[in-house]
Design a protein around this ligand. Structure first.
Ligand code: SF4
Length: 380
């Protein structure tokens, strides 16, 4: 692969104003880049138009999920920060607001890459204190986003986890998962492997508009089928369900039909969740693409509310649960998942209650909702 305009961050910072070096870092203050912990270099490539990669050396790979979380795993790994899949509703946008990044376009295009994550992980797993608990990938940003095609960090991570007898959980929208199916099938001989594909929008035009950097829904369904053919079970996250856009019976029924035919094991669902950092970004999209829905969304997500009203969530539950049953996609409690994936909606609204993640790859939302004022965690 041909790379161009490769820059050391500090060298760029020291470059004369207006020089090619400075112009190569649009949208960021160069001082911020140079201050990034472990920063090695910042680079762009013609193959990834509009994207900037900040390559760093990480000090640690495993992140512990805070105590009290309802998540069915205790550890996560994030090879990347920021996500080129660029889903408008992405809950993780707020986690990108550090240094000089913003939660909008920077989240989609300024990608932090932990070059040494597999090596650091192997060292951490080798410690006598490691208990072999499940490790989850894809709970914040997508590990199979486009950058993974260049950096190929996942194979090393999967190999390290399997070698350490550590169960693996991966959630993604990326069809690049196909590349690693043989490796995951091999890993499954040694450790439990849980795969989940996020597929929430059946309408092609809407999907391309609201998830502009993702593979199509059809491509993701085909990836589910490929994983099944490789001997791997796949659960599907129908998240987020978008009020007035994807929550109709006809849309849900057609989507669940496709998911069943792809061979998925089960479906989990959740209504759109709009945390404060995401809300302005989402409403800007709504005003541009579907302005007639703005008043309805203001009613469903009033003020600073991040969750849709309870009345809406009850209505959605009454609509989708019979469909999930009809298609035989109810969660069976397989694998190592321990929580009820379909908790009563009323209980889900209670502070501290166990509840489904409410949007995207939002494993952290239950924690965020349960602990008002807590900053967006680096869970992932
Ligand atoms: S929802 Fe997932 S795939 Fe979409 S931008 Fe966020 S992390 Fe990436």
């Amino acid at each position: 692969m041909r790379w161009s305009e490769q820059l050391a961050g500090r060298a760029a910072h020291q470059a004369p104003p207006g020089s090619a070096a400075q112009q190569a870092l649009p949208g960021m203050e160069l001082a911020g880049v140079a201050a990034m912990p472990g920063h090695l270099r910042t680079t762009r490539s013609p193959e990834f138009a509009g994207m900037v990669f900040h390559e760093v050396l990480a000090k640690s790979a495993l992140n512990r999920v805070p105590a009290g979380s309802a998540m069915p795993f205790s550890w996560t790994i994030n090879p990347y920060r920021g996500c080129s899949h660029a889903c408008v509703y992405c809950f993780a946008r707020g986690s990108h607001q550090y240094l000089d990044f913003d939660a909008g376009a920077d989240f989609d295009s300024q990608i932090v890459v932990k070059l040494n994550v597999a090596e650091v992980l192997a060292r951490e797993l080798a410690k006598p204190s490691w208990q072999g608990e499940m490790v989850a990938l894809g709970t914040n940003t997508d590990p199979y986003q486009r950058a993974e095609g260049r950096y190929a960090l996942l194979p090393g991570i999967i190999e390290a986890l399997a070698a350490a007898r550590t169960p693996i959980s991966i959630l993604t929208k990326g069809t690049l998962l196909r590349r690693d199916l043989p490796l995951l099938a091999e890993a499954q001989q040694r450790v439990p492997v849980e795969l989940a594909m996020s597929i929430a929008v059946g309408d092609h035009a809407l999907q391309q508009s609201i998830e502009p950097g993702t593979p199509t829904t059809r491509a993701r369904l085909d990836t589910v089928a490929a994983a099944r053919a490789a001997g791997l079970e796949v659960d599907v996250f129908v998240m987020p369900v978008l009020p007035h856009l994807t929550d109709g019976v006809a849309h849900l029924d057609a989507l669940l039909t496709d998911i069943r035919e792809a061979g998925a094991r089960s479906v989990m669902y959740g209504a759109l969740h709009l945390r404060s950092a995401v809300k302005p970004w989402f409403f800007a999209w709504l005003e541009r693409e579907r302005p007639e829905l703005v008043p309805a969304y203001r009613r469903l997500y009033p003020g600073a509310a991040s969750k849709a009203t309870q009345a809406y969530r009850l209505e959605l539950a009454a609509r989708i649960r019979p469909l999930i049953r009809k298609h035989g996609l109810e969660f069976s409690g397989g694998g190592r998942r321990s929580r009820d994936p379909y908790p009563p909606v009323a209980a889900a609204g209670a502070r501290g209650a166990r509840q489904l993640p409410s949007t995207g790859e939002s494993a952290g939302l239950a924690l965020w909702d349960a602990t008002p004022g807590m900053p967006a965690p680096t869970l992932f």
